[in-house]
Design a protein around this ligand. Structure first.
Ligand code: AKG
Ligand code: FE2
Length: 415
């Protein structure tokens, strides 16, 4: 495995936000400081010479503005395609607006999240090193299968706060599966923008959050995937919680080619216009952020399906980089028991999805993730149907494994 070092050279970038042009009072007040409208009245840009040193000083005000601005763009442009199920005749697909999407699934979608030149610089460096990252594997039906993507693990500055033992534990969990690399200045800067944006939005999600996520959120590592072309993908899954603990926040940045991000309910399906949602497709674009709020990992699966004719990007062609920014929780990371293969077991969640009895009518009081997120007006939550069960299991990717399985008694949460 080659470990390319990133040069600390200056990366020029400019702050760009179409959203500012859509007008929002506090954003408009900042206009003079950040830029001007382009000839189509679509884009406000400010030329800000970017050096890694300078970038770390990007003011909280600028970061704040970016979050607000991007949010405005999203509201007018992002939609999701829903595939619906119905026992009665009627449309089986629907286009959801961003706010309908956010009411239906515990996600936020934000366009143009990084300054445009920072996003380009990051795509440039990561799509260059991506083909050299490790191709993970899994064991099924007596055979080892290679993952249809390559992956890397980047440690971020906030990780320094954790002690060595925990850092070791983290390495044990991921090192066999992914390359472990130092974060470049551009990646550190991207993490700062995303941490700020996630922290800013925590207040609207408060009800769903763990106590230690409520004040502010800072990622400690980023997991990266490189998808060479439309044939590379990730199947439906919920992320392992070994390092994160239950109900994690995961902020997922897309760079490069456009792909579909599919969300499928794994607990009771939510309803859209009285019909059960089978899945939701979000068209991911370059520089788009999807924040998966709790209980996304508990109640939904996500995937990036194979696709033909994907939207190419000028820098990476059909190549796509995904970076998921995550926060390692030391108490959880240190807790995972060894399985009988002498490997660290992994923590997952299973959510029971009650099967409707034959002939029964689907009730409209299915669990509303929107209500779990503390948003008003989305119907009463029916937590009775939603019983996440966390467990540790053997995750041997090289052989048949030992079958180790241990359910977590949740009353002993380390927090
Ligand atoms: O590529 C993506 O958008 C998703 C990646 C993902 O789900 C993961 O790394 O766990
Ligand atoms: Fe994932």
């Amino acid at each position: 495995m080659s470990q390319k070092r990133h040069s600390p050279a200056a990366v020029p970038f400019k702050l760009t936000s179409r959203a500012l042009a859509n007008g929002e009072s506090s954003a408009q007040q900042q206009q003079g400081q950040l830029g001007e409208r382009d000839s189509k009245g679509q884009t406000l840009t400010a030329q800000v010479p970017f050096t890694p040193q300078r970038a770390s000083k990007l003011s909280a005000k600028q970061l704040h503005l970016r979050g607000k601005a991007a949010c405005l763009t999203s509201k007018t442009e992002v939609t999701a395609q829903a595939k619906l199920k119905s026992p009665t005749p009627g449309p089986l697909t629907a286009t959801l607006s961003l706010s309908e999407l956010e009411e239906t699934a515990p996600v936020s979608v934000i366009e143009d999240v990084l300054p445009a030149n920072l996003a380009s610089a990051l795509l440039q460096e990561l799509s260059h090193s991506g083909p050299d990252w490790v191709r993970g594997s899994w064991w099924m039906f007596g055979k080892q299968h290679a993952a249809p993507r390559t992956s890397a693990y980047f440690t971020l500055p906030h990780a320094e706060a954790f002690d060595e033992k925990t850092a070791d534990g983290a390495a044990l969990d991921v090192s066999a599966e992914v390359s472990r690399l130092p974060a470049s200045p551009a990646l550190v800067q991207a993490a700062a923008v995303i941490d700020h944006l996630v922290s800013e939005r925590l207040t609207t999600q408060a009800a769903a959050l763990q106590p230690d996520d409520r004040a502010a959120w800072a990622s400690t590592y980023a997991l990266a995937n490189f998808y060479r072309d439309g044939q590379e993908c990730v199947g439906a899954h919920a992320d392992k919680m070994t390092l994160l603990g239950p109900r994690p926040i995961i902020a997922s940045l897309s760079l490069g080619a456009g792909r579909v991000f599919r969300l499928r309910p794994s607990a009771t399906a939510p309803l859209h216009q009285g019909r059960e949602v089978s899945f939701l497709d979000i068209q991911l674009q370059h520089n788009m952020l999807v924040i998966m709020w709790p209980p996304c990992q508990e109640a939904w699966h996500h995937e990036v399906p194979r696709s033909k004719g994907i939207q190419r990007h000028a820098i990476s062609g059909e190549g796509r980089i995904n970076l998921t920014f995550r926060r390692l929780k030391p108490a959880w990371a240190a807790r995972a028991p060894q399985c009988r293969c002498n490997q660290r077991s992994v923590m997952r969640c299973s959510s029971s999805r009650p099967k409707p009895k034959k002939g029964s009518v689907q009730s409209s009081s299915g669990p509303s993730t929107a209500s779990w997120l503390g948003r008003p007006g989305a119907g009463a939550p029916d937590r009775g149907n939603f019983q996440p069960r966390y467990y540790y299991a053997c995750d041997n990717t090289q052989g048949p494994g030992c079958g180790f399985w241990q359910e977590l008694p949740m009353q002993h949460e380390p927090g």
